[in-house]
Design a protein around this ligand. Structure first.
Ligand code: OMD
Ligand code: FE2
Length: 441
């Protein structure tokens, strides 16, 4: 038995978004200039993981070649297990145009031992993974490591947003330490294990259709928003451990397990462009209006998963980062609006400029297609009279999963005690200011 030792805090990463990487933990483990030698060096097995159909155009084709101690096919029969609060088929879930807000999700009790997979609760979503159309929003709250258990998801890519506690994620490609302020994407099929040092909580966006890409920049030019070189992917790491290992696969929204006698994290070398990555949201290069008006939040898009209609997302991941607010003559908080998209929001830390109170770290809100929303009454009154000096907003980091689909609510999302029944009342104190005789100077 052997393990490449690496401390979580000393991890090295490959850098860049969408790159083809080559990584080996043992010198010479990668075959030179070919993928499948008759005999791999060091007696390794070779395996390809496809992330897209073989025949996709080159610019979107993704796959990775593994050179590993044993091929992952060496497992026992799959058995279906209870999938708890995980939902991926929304056909019989609940639709409501009601604005919804949730107080912070409860962390597991100290006496309970809940790992990252057991602590998943699906809140909302649309569509169904067997047709690769749709998305789901989950929240997780866990307090123990997964032990000798690995998870993979056949249904979609997972964009994980830790809100509390770091996730120590071991993947087949290597390790990622993902702390609050950072996000990571683990694509379908990739096996991973999550270790934690205490209670953790966060959000997961799952997209069934495609992979996440960086948004086009249009007139912004060649640079800005999330810059490609700030994305970090693992370097090869392996262990050669013969132990009882449990694989849990999510397949069509159902969970299946299979037993192995060996750790699946046995990849000594790999090369390819189908690779999990992490990104520190503090590196986001924020664009905004520098004279007047409040731009649409698409200006803050970190990653997008597109539908077939150009510019229309299955889901965008959008952040509201610390930034200068300098707009003159402008109502600076988000405007009142009805959107043809669904907006699921979460809070990583601090507060949000559209809500004086109630939208807090670990909580969430959903403003569905066409549901009217915007600043609560207190925020409107204050911002309408605010002195418009340049102001650096560093009060918090909120984010939005914005989807063109109508999200349906799961039973968990609707019935959990955190669902704030009176959220709609935050707008009720809004009063008329209309006076046909009083025009602004
Ligand atoms: O509803 C929200 O708070 C999100 C949001 C922010 C913004 O600045 C403009 C539009 C929008 O939907
Ligand atoms: Fe909105």
């Amino acid at each position: 038995m052997s393990t490449t030792s690496t401390k979580w805090t000393d991890l090295k990463y490959n850098v860049g978004f969408g790159n083809h990487f080559a990584s080996e933990a043992l010198e010479g483990a990668l075959p030179a200039h070919m993928n499948n030698p008759q005999q791999c060096n060091y007696g390794l097995y070779c395996e390809q993981l496809s992330g897209t159909a073989f025949t996709l155009p080159r610019h979107s084709n993704q796959r990775t070649w593994f050179y590993r101690i044993l091929p992952p096919v060496l497992h026992e029969q799959y058995k279906e297990i209870n999938n708890g609060d995980i939902v991926n088929d929304f056909s019989d879930q609940t639709l409501t145009p009601q604005q919804l807000r949730w107080q912070p999700m409860a962390l597991p009790k100290n006496t309970d031992k809940i790992d990252f997979i057991q602590g998943w609760h699906t809140m909302a979503g649309a569509g169904e993974p067997t047709m690769k159309a749709g998305m789901a929003v989950h929240m997780y709250a866990a307090n123990v490591s997964m032990g000798d258990k690995a998870f993979y998801n056949s249904d979609g890519d997972l964009l994980i947003v830790p809100q509390q506690g770091a996730l120590k994620i071991t993947t087949e490609m290597g390790k990622l330490l993902v702390s609050p302020h950072e996000i990571c994407v683990i694509q379908r099929g990739i096996r991973f294990n999550v270790e934690v040092d205490g209670p953790v909580r966060g959000y997961i966006l799952e997209v069934y259709n495609r992979h996440f890409v960086l948004p086009d920049l249009g007139p912004i030019g060649a640079n800005g928003l999330a810059n490609p070189r700030d994305f970090e992917s693992p370097v090869a790491w392996y262990e050669d451990r013969d132990v009882d290992y449990t694989i849990v696969g999510k397949f069509g929204g159902k969970l299946f397990t299979a037993q192995m006698k060996h750790s699946p994290f046995d990849v000594v070398a790999w090369h390819g462009n189908y690779v999990p990555y992490k990104y520190n949201l503090d590196h986001f290069c924020t664009m905004n209006s520098v004279n007047y008006d409040h731009p649409d939040p698409s200006i803050y898009t970190v990653l997008t998963c597109q539908t077939d209609e150009p510019g229309c997302a299955v889901a965008d991941f959008v952040i509201f980062p610390p930034r200068w607010m300098v707009q003159e003559k402008t109502f600076r908080p988000p405007y009142y609006h009805r959107n043809c998209m669904s907006e699921f929001m979460g809070m990583i830390y601090g507060h949000y400029d559209a809500k004086a109170e109630g939208f807090v770290p670990g909580g969430a809100s959903l403003h569905s297609v066409d549901s009217a929303h915007g600043p609560d009454a207190t925020t409107f009154e204050n911002a309408s009279k605010a002195d418009l000096k340049p102001f650096y907003f560093d009060g918090g980091l909120a984010f939005m999963f914005e989807s063109s689909y109508l999200m349906k609510l799961t039973k968990y999302g609707l019935n959990c005690p955190q669902n704030e029944k009176d959220y709609w009342k935050c707008w009720q104190p809004l009063t008329k200011h209309f006076n046909p005789l009083k025009k602004n100077p």
